[in-house]
Design a binder for this molecule. Structure first.
Ligand code: ADP
Ligand code: ZN
Length: 347
């Protein structure tokens, strides 16, 4: 059963976090988990306002970057929670990008068999994707997100104004997932995105964009939390994307960039095979270019990428679910034999 929790999207909402949290949380102690970058920009403001409200705030700091989704850092977080004396009735606030959200959410889901937590996502990717849907977890040396949980926060507070300080590359990284939602579900949003011709205009429209993405994700996840059906739609571009990320040791492409390439690559193939409406891959390419995202890898040996995909899928069932588009705004799940994935990659 799915717990219903509010997702609040509002410019400036972090300035009234004290009040928003005060409405749902009656204890004193709060552990804020955040990274150095976020703390440097917003830390004092948040801590001051929450303290002034009467909360007892403790900050647990981690390094920025994917490396913090590790057993070591998780263990550090548990130790800090113990040092602070957090108990079952207390609250964790995850204040940061996807890394902090996944780590803090997983810590909350396991510490003392689970305590309450709130998500305050600060990156675009986290605001439209990772903070909604309840997936939390960490990486193992042998792969990403290999340890995790489904654990919903009490609330998600999304402040679009936080994105003003987000470095460009991460902004566009998040836009790749926005484009994904448009491709699988929302042609109107695709057209909207196409009409936005500058970063300023993007910021003017970002609140509405975040709202559209969260609505799509929430609706899909509510129908299929455990990813047995419809939730797989959210993996559009991800089969190839994951393989690309891994192939380049997570160094060359961000997650969004790899997904961008994956969306274009698979759509060009399915279009050629007559499954997807003609012209769809050009539309994807156009929107990706507009948002400074790549659509191809450049010089690499396709057979090596294929090997990488095969390796990625090793141990999974022989039938793969891949997500294709009928056209922009209409994604569907296509079952294929694992060994046929090559048809969707080559060129
Ligand atoms: P994700 O892209 O999954 O959200 P991270 O959590 O690593 O990944 O966030 C991406 C990077 O952006 C990190 O270095 C993080 O510290 C930084 N960051 C996140 N939100 C903001 C923000 N609002 N302002 C400035 N930097 C931010
Ligand atoms: Zn993704």
């Amino acid at each position: 059963a799915q717990k219903d929790y509010p997702i609040l999207i509002k410019r400036g909402i972090i300035n009234s976090l004290d009040f928003e949290i005060g409405r749902i949380y009656k204890n004193k102690k709060i552990a804020i988990i955040t990274d150095h970058n976020i703390k440097g920009i917003y830390g004092d403001r948040i801590i001051e306002s929450l303290s002034a409200y009467g909360f007892q705030i403790h900050t647990i700091l981690v390094n920025p970057g994917e490396g913090s989704k590790s057993i070591q850092v998780l263990s550090h977080v548990y130790n800090q929670l113990l040092d602070i004396g957090i108990n079952r009735k207390d609250l964790i606030v995850a204040f940061g990008g996807g890394v902090v959200g996944d780590l803090a959410g997983f810590a909350a889901s396991t510490f003392l068999r689970g305590i309450r937590y709130i998500q305050v996502p600060t990156s675009l990717l986290a605001q439209i994707d990772s903070s909604v849907g309840g997936k939390v977890g960490i990486n193992l040396p042998r792969g990403k997100n290999l340890v995790g949980n489904f654990y919903h926060p009490e609330s998600v507070f999304i402040d679009p104004d936080l994105l003003n300080t987000l470095p460009n590359r991460y902004l566009y990284d998040g836009m790749a997932e926005v484009i994904k939602y448009a491709c699988i579900r929302d042609k109107t949003m695709y057209e909207k995105l196409l009409s936005i011709e500058s970063k300023e205009k993007l910021y003017e429209n970002i609140e509405e964009i975040i709202y559209s993405c969260c609505s799509i994700k929430k609706e899909i996840v509510e129908k299929d939390e455990r990813e047995s059906g419809e939730r797989m739609l959210l993996n559009f571009g991800h089969t190839i994307g994951h393989a690309i990320e891994k192939f380049f040791n997570y160094e060359t492409f961000t997650h969004g960039e790899a997904v961008a390439i994956g969306m274009y690559c698979i759509t060009r193939q399915s279009e050629e095979m007559g499954i997807t409406k003609k012209g769809t891959s050009s539309l994807i390419k156009r929107i990706l270019v507009q948002y400074n995202l790549p659509f191809e890898i450049g010089e690499i040996d396709n057979s090596r990428l294929l090997e990488s995909i095969a390796l990625d899928k090793k141990g999974e069932e022989d039938i793969l679910n891949i997500v294709l588009l009928k056209e922009i705004g209409a994604g569907f799940i296509n079952k294929i034999n694992k060994e046929d994935i090559g048809e969707f990659v080559s060129h």
